[in-house]
Ligand binder design. Structure first.
Ligand SMILES: NC(=O)C1=CN([C@@H]2O[C@H](COP(=O)(O)OP(=O)(O)OC[C@H]3O[C@@H](n4cnc5c(N)ncnc54)[C@H](OP(=O)(O)O)[C@@H]3O)[C@@H](O)[C@H]2O)[C@@H](O)CC1
Ligand SMILES: [K+]
Length: 504
């Protein structure tokens, strides 16, 4: 499934109409009918349904929905926000069909007239504004949105909650707070942006018959259960520990052995054949106490137990992860940069390692082998010199630009983790919950990602799989043994057992 901007959606629309020859009226009919079908699952015939229609095609969808539900025997009235002469084209055609079967329309007069109509209603279908919204809401939509939000009725939005922009990067909007959004054809970018996602409520995409090539201009995709099931490799009956990759994990320090412990455990549970953890001698006993299955590489340390500049031979390993719990000492940073620039295997860099790289970003472009960076928004801000709020406003654009500029795989962690490949294609992970917003989650994710990188031919698929598996474990844990409050990274790692059993 693609994720589109408003522009890309209009291009898809145009492709359907001009290249394929599907009439706009028919697309609107398909959209309205598909939404009515899904909305009918949430309403019953005793309810009074208020369909609120704006002047554009979103309103046109609303007229189709009203006609369809009325035809099925539901109690429906339409509340029209625009004057009659503003409704034209396909929307006017469908408005006429609705009226032809006896449908009634009330006009906006004031916020009070809408409040009165809402008082007599049990549920609102919001077809006021779709992807065509631009700028600050104008009257009467601004008042209408606020009146609906205040009424406290269940709201089902058509395509997008009215007032919410389709694209990332917009602030200061006023939008419908929907309980459910039935998205027309393809999810819009704002569904996966932190400042807009919550307006959608629960969501589902309805099919209106656009072929997938209509969205060929979009290089953003949803990664969910379906993709995970399709790409998770099976362990062959005759495979041995060497078939599933030898991982080298480097991190930790005397005072911070916890992060690399979690990464080690996660790399083991995540499917690696063999895991070697390279760290300072002072940390090895405590890590080994938790991870009997790993082997250890004792690295030179300074007198405070931090890794110093030295040579490490990575031949014999299939992939390297570096950065967790290392601290930011200059000698440690020099070591990270040396190893990252020399290692001729896929390398994943997280946490302190990202700070080390920032000292000389040329290393990123000079590498000849895959490089994977896994920042959270704070680390992404540090790497790019943006502010965290910019990263949160425009995660897609900033990640894409960065991945292309430096030729890296980027995993920007967040409520919707985005995996970007060096060509700028993007996949948004759909698993996970707020229980993951804790220290240690990222360390566990790094271990799972590295394990998956060694199982898959395609690095992006490995990364998307790893993100999904990590989030799925958290989702399963909070529905069975844990809550979002108490969930820890160790619980997520323990939960991998159930995840793999569910998926295989
Ligand atoms: N994708 C598909 O294939 C299909 C998509 N379909 C549907 O079409 C929808 C897109 O339709 P659309 O292009 O007509 O835009 P839409 O959101 O209805 O809004 C336009 C109206 O909003 C108004 N307006 C704008 N900004 C405003 C503001 N700030 N404050 C106040 N008013 C504002 C603007 O007014 P104007 O500027 O003209 O005065 C104009 O009248 C899409 O979301 C989906 O539901 C299906 O029907 C068929 C297949
Ligand atoms: K809407």
């Amino acid at each position: 499934m693609h994720i589109v901007t408003a522009k890309e959606m209009y291009e898809a629309d145009r492709y359907a109409m001009e290249t394929i020859g599907i009439e706009g009226k028919l697309l609107m009919e398909n959209a309205g009918r598909a939404v009515a079908d899904k909305a009918a699952e949430r309403v019953n015939k005793a309810m009074h349904i208020l369909v609120m229609c704006g002047s554009g095609s979103n309103g046109g969808d609303g007229f189709v929905i009203a006609r369809t539900l009325l035809g099925w025997g539901y109690t429906v009235r339409v509340f029209q926000l625009a004057p009659d002469d503003k409704i034209s084209g396909d929307a006017a055609y469908h408005k006429q069909l609705y009226q032809n079967i006896g449908g009634k329309i009330e006009q906006w007069e004031s916020a009070a007239s809408l409040a009165a109509a809402l008082q007599e209603s049990d549920v609102v279908i919001d077809a006021m504004l779709g992807i065509g919204v631009t700028g600050k809401l104008r009257p009467p939509y601004d008042q209408a949105v606020e009146t609906v939000n205040q009424a406290g009725l269940p709201v089902i939005s058509v395509d997008i909650p009215s007032g919410v922009p389709a694209d990332e990067g917009h602030d200061g909007f006023v939008g419908i707070k929907a309980d459910r959004t039935l998205i027309v054809a393809e999810p819009k970018q704002s569904l996966f942006a932190q400042q807009t996602a919550s307006y959608y409520g629960s969501w589902e995409v309805v099919d209106i018959g656009l072929p997938s090539q209509a969205c060929a201009n979009s290089s953003r995709y949803v990664w969910g259960m379906e993709e995970t099931r399709a790409h998770l490799g099976e362990r062959g009956r005759f495979s041995h520990k060497g078939s599933h990759g030898k991982a080298l994990l480097i991190g930790g320090s005397q005072e911070m052995p916890g992060s690399i412990t979690l990464t080690t455990k996660a790399a083991l549970r995540g499917g690696s054949g063999l895991v070697t953890t390279g760290t300072v001698p002072q940390a090895i006993p405590s890590i080994a106490a938790h991870c009997a299955e790993a082997t250890y590489l004792s690295l030179n340390a300074d007198d405070r137990g931090r890794i110093v500049l030295q040579d490490v031979d990575v031949s014999g390993y299939d992939a390297l992860a570096i950065g967790m719990g290392m601290g930011r000492e200059q000698a440690t940073a020099d070591f990270t940069r040396k190893l990252v620039s020399e290692a001729n295997i896929p390398v994943l860099v997280d946490a302190d390692g990202l700070h080390h790289l920032k000292q000389d970003m040329r290393i990123l472009t000079q590498r000849r082998h895959p490089l994977i960076l896994t920042p959270h928004p704070g680390e992404m801000a540090m790497l790019t010199d943006f502010e965290v709020k910019d990263i949160i406003r425009r995660p897609f654009a900033i990640s894409r630009h960065f991945a292309i500029e430096y030729g890296v795989y980027l995993v920007l962690k967040g409520s919707f983790t985005i995996v970007t490949d060096p060509e700028g294609n993007q996949w948004v992970n759909t698993s996970g919950n707020a229980g993951l917003a804790k220290g240690g989650s990222g360390d566990a994710l790094s271990g799972i990602l590295l394990a998956q990188v060694m199982q898959q031919q395609n690095i992006q698929e490995a990364l998307s799989l790893g993100c999904y598996i990590h989030g799925m474990s958290a989702d399963q844990q909070v529905t069975s043994n844990h809550s979002m409050h108490d969930l820890t990274a160790s619980d997520v790692i323990d939960g991998l057992a159930t995840v793999f059993r569910t998926l295989s």
